[in-house]
Design a protein around this ligand. Structure first.
Ligand code: TRP
Length: 460
């Protein structure tokens, strides 16, 4: 994604560029940090099955819907609704995306900061010779430290702002085409090591043998929320990116490719983590620290683990950066195009505000005592602001997705939608009818049912 593109709307230069930018946004901490830990929290294979259904029946169509809105309107998320449906409240969908972006990026920066901190731990060889318990303690010490996670969060957010300000065609975008395949390669190597560990079988069963008794209403809500999170949907990122896609490109195929790549990386990350979780006797429901506690054990058990550990955390930080820029851009675009601020002012103010909120969230992990009620797995528990914001984003994204589906299914002109999907009749897709049905009925109804199920689950 190049900064100039965002202002001049001259579009992505190549097919590879589109896929790299959209996949770069999608593939991030969601795949490698969040997916494994919520899978562990909500019980494994049954949760994964629901997640995959959400991806296929809701995520994939919503991605195509967002591309369609953006390419038709040739505008960012907020202006797109104004252009396609002027003088109606539909622009509020864009505004909801703004709030959601703020919420997500605040905690995203914190977790990316942990990743940066682990780069240094890897370089200083701090994992070596530590048992699983000590590695757990190391993570706990990091997140509850009054300064360390905040320092690294600030560094990461400064990098994000720098990219948004600086223009990146020859930087981030070029490198991510090399670095992302490298990340994939390392994950596959980790997979091989993890599944051959003694005691790995239990972890593989956890991933692939569904036990539907473990599925809760909160788990289903989280699977849906995460489908949106992982594919970068529900708040306008893919609307903005859609507006940069050339008129000749096939939107449906692009959406499918990004979805497959994102899902494959999440599943491969799960396969690297759960066999190791069980082999080392780590609790699968350990929460946000799961990846940070589990993988160092795996690095300790493999030849060249020192180098692999450094490479892994560096690449994870890069993956996080190509995602965080796509989140910050939604907030910046709002200030620039709706409030008329200049780009630099917008970027600095947005970054400072989001970083401050994130730092507060981070400190509620140990330093500041601040708890709020959280609806968790059918019971109300008390949690720090950090966990609270994660759960909130899992609610906000599907709400955004609901309105996007309704907009494309019922509000936008049918001809506009068909023109975008078929490139004005040039492409003959046999699946347009299916897309139409998913958009009008399946996606919005499933989202509604999930919310009703959650509410019923908690009032019982
Ligand atoms: N998809 C990214 C990840 O998995 C996070 C992300 C980037 C995102 N842009 C987004 C999430 C837009 C929701 C909406 O890490």
């Amino acid at each position: 994604m190049e900064n100039k593109n965002l202002q001049q709307r001259d579009g992505f230069s190549s097919k590879m560029g589109i896929i790299a930018a959209a996949a770069g946004s999608a593939i991030g901490l969601g795949n490698i940090w969040k997916f494994p830990y919520i899978t562990g929290k909500y019980g494994g294979a049954a949760f994964i099955l629901v997640y995959l259904l959400c991806i296929a029946l809701i995520g994939l169509p919503v991605m195509l819907q967002e591309f369609t809105i953006g390419r038709r309107a040739q505008a960012n998320a907020i202006s797109s609704f104004k252009k396609l449906k002027p003088n109606t409240p539909w622009f509020l969908t864009g505004w909801l995306g703004f709030i959601t972006a703020f919420v997500i990026l605040s905690y995203y920066g914190v977790v990316a900061g942990w990743t940066l901190s682990y780069v240094f731990s890897a370089i200083t060889n701090s994992f070596a010779g530590q048992n699983p318990e000590a590695l757990g303690g190391m993570f706990g010490a990091l997140v509850s430290s009054p300064w360390k996670p905040v320092l690294f969060q600030v560094i990461f957010m400064a990098l994000t702002a720098g990219v948004i300000l600086g223009g990146v065609k020859n930087g981030i975008e070029k490198y991510s085409k090399i670095l992302m395949p490298l990340l994939l390669l390392i994950i596959i190597i980790l997979d091989i090591r993890a599944v051959t560990l003694q005691g790995a079988g239990e972890g593989i069963a956890f991933l692939f043998q569904p036990d539907f008794g473990k599925l809760t209403a909160a788990g289903i809500m989280s699977a849906l929320g995460h489908a949106f999170f992982s594919l970068s949907l529900g708040m306008g990122t893919m609307i903005t990116y859609g507006s940069y896609i050339g008129k000749k490109e096939n939107l449906g195929v692009t959406a499918l490719q990004v979805t497959i790549a994102d899902t494959a990386i999440a599943l491969l990350a799960g396969l690297a983590i759960f066999p190791a979780v069980f082999a080392f006797g780590i609790e699968p429901g350990s929460g946000p620290g799961l990846v940070f506690i589990t993988l160092p054990n795996v690095f300790n058990q493999m030849p060249g683990g020192y180098i692999f550990a450094i490479m892994f955390f560096v690449l994870l930080a890069v993956a996080a950066l190509t995602s965080s820029i796509s989140i910050l851009e939604v907030v910046v675009a709002y200030f620039v195009e709706d409030k008329g601020w200049d780009r630099k002012k917008a970027t600095i103010i947005a970054t400072v505000a989001i970083t401050a909120l994130g730092a507060f969230e981070s400190l509620t992990n140990g330093t500041i005592n601040f708890t709020l009620p959280l609806l968790k797995a059918g019971a109300v528990t008390w949690f720090g602001f950090f966990d609270w914001m994660i759960e909130l984003s899992d609610l906000l994204l599907p709400i955004g997705g609901f309105f996007i589906s309704i907009f494309v299914g019922w509000i936008m002109s049918k001809k506009d939608v068909d023109d975008e999907i078929t490139n004005s009749g040039e492409l003959a897709h046999s699946w347009v009818g299916i897309f139409d049905f998913l958009t009008k009925w399946v996606a919005p109804i499933l989202i509604l049912i999930t919310f009703i199920n959650l509410i019923v689950g908690f009032t019982n």
